[in-house]
Design a protein around this ligand. Structure first.
Ligand code: DGT
Ligand code: CA
Ligand code: CA
Ligand code: ZN
Length: 577
């Protein structure tokens, strides 16, 4: 059972308790625990085996929650949750998931109008009954109606890479608005989160109407959800919501800080301000004297953080995890950047499921300023992609020998292979073949539903194979599509450390695997991460930037990432002659 599973269970408990109108402190305890667990760098399932005390050492996990985690992990379910679910109809739980409804409103709809299903909710909205409820109104009714039509997509957050295209498009569109003095995209987008719930735009302008009119003319717009004096919300064709806020120049920095978030980061910041007699909000920083407030900062983020003698944290680190602790000890990591990367060690060609030849991949890599790449096509087990058998892989390496002769000095083309870890364990190609490679990746593509111990043993076996250099996409997750497989990452970390093997951060925006939390854990274990694109075309090399963002969120520096080194240094790192 993954940490995310446990977190989901606690979230659901929180939602149902909230729906039932239970004590808000109890509700909050579950939600806080859920967040802590979701972000926790080690596998709780593994900690369960070490006993309850180990779990209780986690901040925010007391005796009661620790016991529940044990039960959940050991039995696969939680009686309390099953109980709660039985008290609330399944269809009511569906109400909770509509954007704009939430547990309180769901409870009111259920209690006042007897609504149990989405169809009943829609009928009540259409009949104008919902707007008459206390605390609802016409706007809420509209939001619910719109929310229902997108409820399907709404629980799917958009990939950062996809949101980034909308951002580029919007920047261009808004550039025509003359009155805009400053414009920045904030929220999770600016923090580089792997998926985005909604987009937040912050603007300084002395002509609010002009700005809002311009946004209203965005060609992709499907709905205007709200338009007020300073805030406007729209929805675009892909289902994404966009929130625009217009602020005065003197507040731009404070608003930028506030709306970049995360909420957790801001909560800590506000606490620190309060301790110093200061108040921080989206309008500025204020010194509180009795009932008077004097404004002391707000135009830039630097001004805001300066009032607390804090650095301007890179947005990627603003998650309320370890950034304040690092700042206090002067250990804020200098985060890796795209130009630090010298080589890409995972890519495919037409020999398997790629769309370009080796030469084309080389040309694209050189154009991007890389100094080395490894060609790593699939091995025979991946029959769907015409994976390479021993004969074909040896032919490909002979071809690479030929291409090498024509390459200029200063660029290294490596003979690699993405070799499957077989379902029954062991590598998909014989050792005497693997021994001839410069770079061997071990990957799991089959048997992903196997039990935790079996999958873990397969990966450990690969790590112990002397020819293997790196494990690719170590948890197998596909964002919005497939959960990570069950794997004991602590055991993987320990083995990688022991055998001097590397772990991948696969930069594909649907993978981003290892994720930020696990990359941070690998860093703590002193295991170098390799950021690879897994490109299947020349353009695929572009995906490096998504991997870099995720690495930055993990707090990785240039030193923490193996392929910032030259190939000569890399070879030493993985013990190749
Ligand atoms: P998302 O949209 O779900 O991907 O995540 P964010 O982080 O973009 O969240 P969003 O759009 O709800 O709000 C943007 C930022 O505004 C958020 O990171 C922090 C700030 N913010 C919004 N609502 C609150 C709040 O109720 N309390 C605090 N402290 N900050 C908030
Ligand atoms: Ca947002
Ligand atoms: Ca928002
Ligand atoms: Zn691959």
């Amino acid at each position: 059972m993954t940490n995310a599973h446990i977190a989901d269970a606690f979230d659901l408990i929180g939602d149902i308790l909230d729906f039932k109108g239970e004590n808000p402190f109890r509700v909050r305890a579950y939600r806080n625990a859920s967040r802590t667990i979701r972000d926790y760098p080690e596998s709780l399932a593994a900690m369960v085996e070490l006993g309850k005390e180990k779990l209780k050492a986690i901040e925010g996990i007391g005796d009661d929650l620790a016991a529940k985690i044990m039960t959940l992990v050991q039995t696969g379910s939680l009686p309390q949750l099953e109980d709660l679910k039985a008290q609330v109809p399944e269809s009511v739980l569906a109400l909770l998931r509509i954007p704009g409804v939430g547990p309180r409103k769901a409870a009111a709809l259920h209690k006042e109008l007897g609504i149990k299903t989405l169809a009943e909710l829609k009928a009540a909205c259409d009949a104008g009954k919902v707007q008459k409820l206390k605390g609802f109104g016409v706007k809420t009714e509209q939001i619910i109606l719109q929310g229902m039509s997108i409820a399907e997509q709404a629980h799917q957050r958009m990939y950062w890479a996809e949101a980034n295209q909308i951002v580029a498009d919007l920047r261009e569109h808004m550039a025509d608005c003359r009155s805009i003095e400053q414009l920045e995209f904030t929220g999770s987008y600016r923090r580089g989160k792997e998926t985005i719930g909604d987009l937040d735009i912050l603007v300084v302008s002395d002509d609010v109407n002009q700005v809002m009119d311009r946004l209203g003319k965005y060609p992709e717009i499907t709905q205007t959800l709200a338009r007020g004096d300073t805030k406007m919300s729209i929805r675009v064709a892909s289902g994404l919501q966009i929130d625009l806020r217009v602020v005065p120049a003197e507040s731009f920095g404070a608003a930028l800080q506030y709306f970049t978030g995360s909420k957790e980061h801001n909560v800590i910041l506000r606490g620190m301000a309060k301790d110093k007699g200061l108040k921080i909000n989206e309008w500025g920083v204020f010194r509180v004297k009795g009932d008077k407030e004097e404004r002391i900062a707000g135009a830039s983020e630097k001004e805001v953080y300066d009032t607390l003698k804090l650095p301007v944290f890179p947005p990627e680190l603003r998650e309320g995890r370890r950034e304040f602790e690092w700042a206090a000890s002067g250990k804020l990591p200098e985060l890796i950047t795209e130009k630090d990367i010298r080589g890409d060690l995972h890519m495919h060609t037409t020999a398997t499921d790629g769309s370009a030849s080796i030469e084309e991949m080389v040309a694209a890599a050189r154009a991007r300023g890389l100094a080395y790449i490894a060609i790593t096509d699939h091995s025979q087990r991946v029959s769907m992609a015409r994976g390479l058998n021993p004969q074909r892989v040896l032919e490909q390496w002979a071809e690479i020998d030929n291409i090498r002769e024509k390459l200029p000095k200063g660029f290294t083309l490596l003979k690699g292979i993405e070799c499957d870890i077989l379902e029954k364990g062991g590598m998909d190609l014989p050792d005497d073949v693997l021994a001839q490679a410069d770079w061997v990746i071990a990957s799991i593509h089959y048997g992903q539903k196997q039990p935790r111990q079996q999958i873990t043993e397969r990966i450990l076996g690969a790590i112990e194979n002397p020819h293997v250099s790196m494990v690719a996409h170590p948890t197998g997750r596909l964002l919005n599509r497939r959960e990570a497989y069950e794997v004991d990452l602590d055991a993987v970390f320990a083995a990688a450390k022991k055998h001097g093997k590397l772990l991948e951060l696969n930069a594909n925006p649907q993978r981003l695997d290892l994720n930020d939390v696990y990359c941070a854990a690998a860093r703590q274990h002193g295991i170098p991460i390799v950021i690879n694109t897994d490109a299947h075309s020349p353009d695929g090399l572009e995906m490096l930037r998504y991997g870099i963002l995720q690495a930055r969120r993990a707090g990785l520096t240039k030193d923490d990432v193996a392929n910032t080194r030259t190939w000569v240094q890399m070879k030493k790192l993985v013990g190749k002659k």
